[in-house]
Design a protein around this ligand. Structure first.
Ligand code: NAD
Length: 260
């Protein structure tokens, strides 16, 4: 086994009790980083999975729609591990409706969780990273940070917003050892996407497999899902020394979606 490259670092991954966040947390733990998990639902299973990789794991249940919860989580990170070296802004939700039918409460929740939470974690993490002259901020955006899709106004607006935040954070720290980049996945078969598969299967009266084929066929030329493990490896690359001058990119891993 090659040497673990992130020993001694602490990574906070928001929304990491499930899906992509858990995949990224595990990839960073495989490189030796201590992990702070966050998210709703059962945290014990994810904690055990990460802990089995031989690193320290902590959990904080901050609701990422609330600035005060985020402040408490960042204080918890400082008290537990000294600070956050690697910040992965991943927590996110989806809602599908046309603009005129979009519930305003869903709009506000999506902007808060998918965009504003990253502003709060980043502003609170940067002082420690700058003092250490090393840090990695990785924003899990989406291919919807680069292109639009009908029925997803709040999500597309938030994801374009986080790509913008990524660029500004990268620029403001460009002469330091702190980098900021975004990951832009296409379809990844997590609970967030399974809900959309279920909705399609129910609306069209088709099977789960048929709905998946339709979903991929509409947007993703490779006809394959990207996996949380693959996204985890991209996050590990952004944390590597080789990526020290990769700054402000929005890197899609989308099976060719945005190339069309
Ligand atoms: P998921 O539903 O599997 O996981 C979402 C995570 O966020 C969970 O841990 C959940 O508990 C947490 N979360 C939700 N609301 C929260 C809140 N208010 N406070 C704290 N945690 C909260 O979804 P996923 O597909 O793994 O999505 C993760 C990220 O990846 C999201 O930002 C999503 O937009 C993005 N993304 C997903 C896909 C995809 O195809 N699945 C594609 C592109 C981008």
């Amino acid at each position: 086994m090659s040497a673990r490259t992130l020993i001694g670092k602490t990574a906070l991954v928001t929304g990491s009790t499930s899906g992509i966040g858990l995949g990224i947390a595990k990839a960073l733990a495989q490189q030796g980083a201590n992990i702070i998990l966050n998210g709703f639902g059962n945290a014990q299973g994810p904690q055990a999975e990460v802990s089995a990789l031989g690193v320290k794991v902590a959990y904080h249940g901050a609701d990422m729609s609330k600035a005060s919860d985020i402040e408490a989580m960042m204080k918890f990170a400082a008290d537990t591990f000294g600070g956050v070296d690697i910040l992965v802004n991943n927590a996110g939700i989806q809602h599908v409706a046309s603009v005129e039918d979009f519930p305003t409460e869903r709009w506000d929740a999506i902007i808060a969780i998918n965009l504003s939470s990253a502003f709060h974690t980043t502003r609170l993490a940067l002082p420690y990273m700058k003092k250490a002259n090393w840090g990695r901020v990785i924003n899990v955006a989406s291919v919807h940070g680069l292109v639009g899709s009908a029925q997803k106004s709040a999500y597309v607006a938030a994801k374009h917003g986080i790509v913008g935040l990524t660029k500004v954070t990268a620029l403001e720290n460009a002469t330091t050892g702190v980098t900021c980049n975004a990951i832009c996945p296409g379809w990844v078969l997590t609970p967030l996407v399974q809900k959309q598969v279920d909705a399609k299967a129910a609306a069209l009266g088709i099977s789960n497999d048929e709905a998946i084929k339709l979903l991929l066929g509409e947007k993703e030329p490779s006809m394959q899902f990207t996996t949380p493990e693959e996204l985890g490896e991209l996050a590990v690359f952004f944390c590597s020394n080789a990526a020290q001058n990769v700054r402000g990119v929005a890197w899609n891993m989308d099976g060719g979606w945005a190339a069309q």
